[in-house]
Write a protein that binds this ligand. Structure first.
Ligand code: SF4
Length: 346
């Protein structure tokens, strides 16, 4: 089977340019407060909701997507906790034309056939689930491992459509040397079509610093990924590396392209006047602009400060979000970024 791993999301990022950036729309699936049916440690969604926030609600998303194309954004990424909790998730998917969905799998494990029928009729081709591999994700409080496995089983048992399935595997300081075992688990137990490795970022309030892999550990991860890619035919089983794994081992050309944060990607977390605009879903404490007159307006000075830090982080092998989340109050070895006080916090 031909794997279309990441075709749509990757394509969206490749299309994005400084003149026509992509937009993350960060919304909450029910009401306007933080809500999810799981509570994973280091979750970017919960990290954004540490104080009173006025989030974008799911009912506002379709109009916002429409507005974003008038405003010149090349595409939209839907960022939330569990999108299937939103009553209007089908309307939201329709508004972006997405053919993939990210989910923790709980609803697929519980609802079985009925939710898969809805996914099929919504044009979904690819389902991306966060893995919880027995023995390898201890301490992260991810969605129960049996439920994740059940979700994969339900997807494979669904006869009307063969969805493309990807498992997102969180790499930690404890499991970084076991990529091969985790890859075989995803392939043989989940029977997924591919795996995507992302790094654990110790985002507040519950991210765990000790579980965040070091640069040296990520170097070994990158070497393992290269070796594993030699083992599997990409058309049969794809092995992906998320930006959070960092820029080590990339050519200078690829380093220039690999992190869109700030210049060709911005994140909108509220529509309230004065709310901060941030560079990436994993970076909630850096402001690069704000909502002004109902639209995101980028502040050149704030953006320049961030881009300076981003460049140095990348040149030193980091993903900027990994670097920032690991600073943990220590003095940065790079330039200090100007982090504006968020006035109207969302
Ligand atoms: S900061 Fe990291 S996670 Fe965010 S866009 Fe850049 S590479 Fe990706």
């Amino acid at each position: 089977m031909k794997i279309d791993y990441g075709t749509q999301s990757k394509g969206k990022l490749l299309q994005a340019t400084v003149d026509k950036p992509a937009l993350d729309i960060f919304f909450t699936p029910k009401g306007s407060k933080a809500v999810c049916n799981s509570a994973c440690n280091g979750c970017y969604y919960l990290s954004y909701f540490q104080s009173e926030k006025t989030a974008i609600t799911s009912s506002q998303v379709p109009k916002l997507v429409e507005k974003s194309s008038f405003l010149g954004y090349s595409s939209v990424f839907l960022i939330t906790s569990e999108i299937l909790l939103a009553e209007n998730w089908q309307e939201i998917i329709k508004s972006t034309g997405d053919t993939y969905i990210n989910t923790n799998g709980k609803i697929i494990a519980e609802k079985e056939q009925s939710i898969l029928e809805e996914l099929e009729s919504s044009g979904i081709e690819q389902i991306v689930l966060t893995a919880n591999i027995p023995g390898f994700h201890l301490g992260l409080d991810l969605t129960d491992e049996k439920l994740v496995q059940k979700a994969f089983e339900n997807i494979h048992n669904y006869e009307s459509k063969k969805f493309n399935t990807i498992a997102t595997v969180i790499v930690t300081s404890e499991n970084y040397s076991h990529l091969s075992e985790m890859t075989y688990y995803v392939k043989n137990v989940y029977k997924a079509n591919g795996v995507k490795f992302i790094s654990h970022l110790p985002l507040p309030p519950d991210g765990i610093y000790d579980l965040s892999p070091s640069l040296e550990q990520l170097q070994l991860v990158i070497e393992s990924i290269s070796e594993l890619r030699e083992v599997f035919d990409v058309d049969e089983f794809s092995i992906q590396r998320s930006g959070t794994i960092g820029s080590q081992g990339l050519s200078d050309f690829k380093k220039k392209q690999f992190c869109p944060a700030g210049d060709s990607l911005i994140t909108l977390v509220s529509q309230e006047e004065g709310s901060p605009v941030t560079p990436c879903i994993f970076i909630s404490n850096v402001q690069i602009g704000n909502i002004n007159g109902g639209i995101p307006v980028i502040d050149d000075n704030q953006l320049d400060s961030f881009l300076q830090l981003k460049e140095q982080a990348i040149q030193n092998g980091y993903c900027p979000a990994h670097f920032l989340s690991n600073q943990n109050g220590n003095n940065s070895q790079f330039v200090q970024i100007q982090v504006s006080e968020a006035k109207n916090e969302i």
